[in-house]
Design a protein around this ligand. Sequence first.
Ligand code: XMP
Length: 327
Amino acid sequence: MSQSNIRPESMARINTPELANAFIEEQIREVRAQVGDKQVLLALSGGVDSSVVAALLIKAIGKQLVCVHVNHGLMRKGESEQVIEVFRNGLDANLIYVDATDRFLDLLAGVAEPEKKRKIIGNEFIKVFDEEAGKLSGISFLAQGTIYPDILESDGVKAHHNVGGLPEDMEMELVEPLKLLYKDEVRVVGKALGLPDEMVFRQPFPGPGLGVRCLGAITRDRLHALREADAILREEFDKCGLAGKVWQYFIAVPDFKSVGVRNSKRYEGWPAIVRAVNTVDAMTATIEEIPYAVLHRITDRITHEVEGINRVLLDLTPKPIGTIEWE
Ligand code: XMP
């Protein structure tokens, strides 16, 4: 494997299946040469980068790749199930699934401060992953979904943003087959590897997951309401074609209630806040217009189908001044 972290100027932008296949073939040779008959460990979040690395390595070394998917209980609806379906059932991956929901939610109980929540989630993730790695023997390599922008911005964002930041004292050689690719190229490679569109074109999702959208101290009932409301939003955006046009869209649920009426009775509930933004680099963002008919449908479904939610609000704030996430 090329150890260089600099993308050669001669490297063509991978934008066709043919170029993707050539890249895949080359990486298969390099990965095999690098790891021989040794085992490789990968934290598989289900995000675009780790999913594409997993699919590529499965093609290169099959069961020598051990994927660990940690469900921190803050995934969106159906995401962990999709990881199992695609990788274990579809690609016959060597996949260890850890449902650590209780560990994370117990630690987060009563913690309202955003940075503290992030720290708890990040630290616990490392702990769970470390424990799983400790149960295995003979692992010499750690695969990571590093991509070129991560290297270019290595002072930053992803390193401290990502829950997947792994322990530095793990003494394993890195396998990073995507490290010279831009995001659009990773998606082309993912498609060529046969991953489903839902995975390849997944919108960005923060490492701490719904933890940053369940505002204040997370409770299981409010987290559940958030997950269900978010699933409805995604479904409705898929149906009306907005999913392909909006860069990021999600629900945030604050930790206060207001009074409402349901079935002629007083019904206190949380508001669900809809946020839908477009951006190029996430540094600034504009608001995507959502037709009123779609907003009415979303409101109707969320307030009728989701226990605990009695209002739907729309966030019209661009970045700046608002950040994309609420926290
Ligand atoms: P903000 O809220 O800072 O978000 O405007 C900018 C983009 O970064 C995403 N984000 C994260 N991504 N781990 C990530 O990988 C994180 O912890 C994290 N926090 C925010 C956010 O969803 C938006 O796309």
